[in-house]
Design a protein around this ligand. Structure first.
Ligand SMILES: [Zn+2]
Length: 379
């Protein structure tokens, strides 16, 4: 079986989807990329302007005139920069991004959502910036390491914790039927440490496999009980692949490591970057004058973290599909489940779109993987 033959079989699956939907998905993904680039340019540009006009220096002088301490001026500077960035992004979302992406709601409703985002950015800056600046100022060597380790701990606790320790103990077992029978067999076939299949109360959930430390919860949504058993087995097999490979843990660890690297980068480069952008009084990263440059570094770090985690996930999702194929052995069920759960992103994006937005390989590639597995097995 050649690769071309797999792709031909995958194309036959794609042809089952309405051509108009495929075109609309392609256009939507192109638009998302344009909006993403616009938002990035706006945020970077705002940081450059704030550094150029030396917002931090102005705040320091105003604070000193009012008898405020340096650490208060630094914290204030970080909060003002975060609020201005969030406000710029909020305007952009309300006026450009959300109308173009046809996000529902009146202008007033969209503005209220954006305002809530500005408010939470200010609160987050207020909570995290003063302790970080205090550490960078008072403990220039150990401070960044302590802050980085704390960032990893926060990412794992807030992100992976609910996945590993969550699970609603009040759920009822899934009712008997072909889907339940198929999944109970799948649990035995994969050796995933789950005991039975549970029924979610969330009608929008297709299925979920969560847990950690030798315990797994397999949950299906009410509508999934009406799927063909092969589709449900293939879909849950994919989720079991993520469980077996600890992918959720790894993703949140990657976020924590990215935050660690960002703190080190801020400590090392925020002050020189601020000086080169026009804020000449910046001497260390914790100075008020360095806040716009520190924000710029954090924005770039967030972009890099996004590329790293989506890149890892695209690779991990090939592995999760392979786990499903090898254990559930339902290639047609997998292709059918992929079509059912298609998110209406382009099935064939360009490499930049794939790198930024695609946590799973594009639909065409996933269908080809399933069809190649099927034909290789048959030959
Ligand atoms: Zn996945």
């Amino acid at each position: 079986m050649t690769h071309a033959a797999c792709e031909a079989a995958a194309r036959a699956w794609l042809e089952r989807l309405p051509a108009a939907d495929l075109l609309a998905a392609h256009a939507r993904t192109d638009l998302r990329l344009a909006i993403w680039i616009g938002a990035g340019a706006l945020l970077v540009g705002t940081c450059l302007v704030l550094a150029r006009v030396d917002l931090g220096g102005r705040l320091r002088r105003a604070a000193e005139a009012g008898g405020l301490r340096l650490w208060l001026a630094s914290g204030l500077s970080a909060v003002v920069v975060a609020t201005m960035l969030a406000a710029a992004k909020g305007f952009y979302d309300v006026l450009v991004a959300w109308p173009a992406e046809a996000v529902g709601g009146s202008l007033a409703e969209r503005a209220a959502t954006a305002a809530a985002g500005v408010w939470s950015a200010a609160v987050l800056a207020l909570l995290f910036a003063p302790p970080l600046q205090w550490l960078l100022r008072g403990r220039p060597r150990a401070g960044p390491l302590l802050a980085g380790l704390a960032a990893i701990a926060v990412c794992l606790t807030a992100g992976w914790g609910p996945y590993a320790f969550g699970g609603d103990p009040a759920l009822a077992p899934a009712p008997p039927g072909p889907v339940n029978d198929g999944l109970v067999r799948l649990i035995a076939e994969t050796s995933v440490p789950a005991h039975g299949v549970w029924l979610s109360r969330d009608p929008s959930l297709e299925a979920d496999v969560t847990g950690g430390f030798g315990r797994a919860n397999v949950v299906v949504g009410p509508h999934t009980l009406d799927w063909p058993a092969a589709d449900a087995r293939a879909y849950v097999g994919h989720l079991m692949g993520h469980y077996a490979h600890a992918d959720v843990f790894i993703v949140f660890l990657l976020y924590g490591l990215a935050a660690f690297a960002a703190v080190l980068a801020v400590q090392r480069w925020a002050a020189p970057l601020a000086r080169s952008l026009g804020a000449r009084q910046a001497t260390i990263a914790a100075d008020p004058e360095a806040a716009p440059a520190a924000a710029l570094i954090l924005i770039v770090a967030l972009g890099v973290a996004t590329l790293a985690t989506t890149g890892y996930l695209r690779w991990a999702n090939v592995r999760a599909d392979a786990f499903s194929l090898d254990h559930a052995r339902e290639p047609l069920g997998l292709a059918s489940a992929l079509e059912r759960t298609w998110d209406h992103d382009s099935v064939d994006p360009n490499p930049i779109e794939a790198a930024i937005f695609y946590s799973h390989p594009p639909l065409s590639a996933r269908l080809a993987q399933a069809m190649c597995w099927k034909t290789t097995l048959r030959n």
